[in-house]
Design a protein around this ligand. Structure first.
Ligand code: ADP
Length: 425
């Protein structure tokens, strides 16, 4: 019931009270004036009072029967209380498609929705209104999916559930409209589809090159020793590119599988970083780059040793591959405190190469994202290195920050929470 009807009922009750007082005064003055016997006056007043009471009861009953499902503005109304307490957007509609009750999430979804008003004024979706019509007519649950394009792409599922107040009612008295935001699910589906498409594309390219060379070697180049040597070298390159890609894909899925399990073994990062730098000495020498490691004391974190090796290998290898013109790579391990006072270690890998333009920085950790695809392929890159870094860090509750000014090199800084070596176990 609307607030106005409630108030009208209250006012008519007050009016009847005043009327009874006036009638009582009238009868009393007749008695005082000797115009009416006391007994007759009392009986007359009783009849008027009973008539007024009966009229009031009938009025209430009628009001209730006209709108048996009406929701009062009082907060103790059960329908509104239930709808209001649900976490997803919910709207209750009467047979005239008017809003009986709605909750805050529904208001956020369609701010124009008003209690007592037709739902079609706020939700201008013919398919939804048709589904409500079908739910009332057939008494069966209806489900529809729809999308919104403005201001951003969003997908929803709406479930229209008919509700009967009594089990023997032939038609539903109201419907409950609930909404589920399918946007995050759709995004994940899209990302998976993109990922499969990208991975297949990345694998197909070297595979096509291999098949092409095999054909050439079987045909025109069969007796050309020089060409055979050259083609075999390219084939080996392509085969190892495929192997790297498969290796990175498997690592990514393994790390993702374990994402929720935080590593619990204490490991010192200093020897790990030194081992990575030593392991990449050949590459550094080939590129004419000097690698310096600066660290003092142990930096113990709870981690997975192999994953941490992989993480720093990717960062240092990138610095050597993409920043080799700077001729120097500096790796520093610095103990710091977070804003909350927690101890952590910051490991920065700095190169002095061409750097990265700012528009690329936010996307670098996306799978297969590369600033320059050709350069990455020439360097033997898969486009998955920084995605792996991000996933490893997520598992270790760490962070990656990238600072770069085009032309002045790039700094990749990893922050990881540290523990006291003595405090462990
Ligand atoms: P890739 O296998 O291509 O190296 P990554 O995910 O490791 O893939 O890196 C993504 C891209 O980020 C690279 O292709 C490169 O364009 C850019 N990049 C990474 N590190 C550096 C760096 N130190 N300097 C300049 N560009 C970099």
């Amino acid at each position: 019931m609307s607030l106005n009807e409630d108030r009208a009922r209250h006012l008519s009750g007050v009016g009847r009270g005043v009327l009874l007082i006036i009638v009582a005064i009238a009868f009393a003055s007749f008695v005082a004036a000797g115009a009416l016997d006391k007994a007759y006056a009392l009986a007359g007043f009783a009849i008027v009072a009973v008539a007024a009471f009966v009229a009031m009861r009938t009025g209430n009953e009628r009001a209730r029967s006209i709108q048996p499902l009406a929701v009062s503005e009082r907060t103790n109304d059960p329908l509104r209380a239930i709808v209001g307490g649900l976490p997803d957007p919910v709207i209750a509609l009467d047979r005239d498609r008017r809003v009986l009750a709605l909750n805050e999430p529904a208001r956020a979804l369609a701010p124009a929705l008003r209690q007592g008003e037709p739902v079609s004024l706020a939700l201008r979706m013919p398919e939804l209104i048709e589904a409500v019509g079908r739910a009332f007519a057939r008494g069966e649950e209806q489900r529809i999916e729809y999308s919104e394009r403005v201001p951003v792409d969003r997908w929803f599922q709406a479930v229209v559930m008919p509700v009967r107040r009594t089990p023997d009612a032939t038609k539903p008295d109201l419907v409950l409209l609930t909404f589920r935001d399918l946007t995050p699910l759709r995004r994940v589906e899209e990302m998976r589809a993109d990922f499969v498409a990208n991975a297949s594309h990345e694998l197909r390219t070297p595979l096509a090159a291999l098949s092409g060379f095999i054909e050439t070697l079987q045909g025109s180049a069969r007796d050309d020793t020089k060409a055979r040597e050259r083609f075999l070298a390219i084939m080996q390159q392509q085969a190892s590119r495929m192997a790297r890609l498969i290796d990175d894909l498997l690592s990514l899925s393994r790390i993702e599988l374990n994402a929720h399990r935080r590593p619990d073994r204490p490991v010192d990062l200093v020897p790990i970083v030194r081992q990575v730098a030593d392991g990449l000495q050949t590459l550094a020498r080939d590129r004419g780059v000097a690698v310096n490691v600066e660290a003092s004391g142990a930096q113990t974190v709870l981690g997975d040793r192999d994953e941490l090796v992989r993480l720093f290998e990717n960062l240092v290898e990138n610095a050597l591959k993409y920043g080799s013109t700077g001729k120097r790579v500096d790796i520093k391990l610095v103990p710091v405190k977070t804003e909350e006072g927690e101890p952590e270690v910051q490991v920065s890998v700095r190169d002095y190469g061409p750097g990265i333009a700012p528009e690329h920085l936010p996307r670098l950790t996306e799978r297969f994202y590369r600033v320059n695809v050709r350069e990455s392929r020439d360097q033997g890159g898969t486009g998955l290195g920084l995605a792996l870094v991000k996933h490893i860090l997520n598992r270790h509750r760490g962070r990656l920050s990238i600072d770069s000014t085009a032309g002045a090199g790039a700094t990749f800084t990893v922050s990881l929470p540290t523990v006291e070596p003595a405090a462990v176990q």
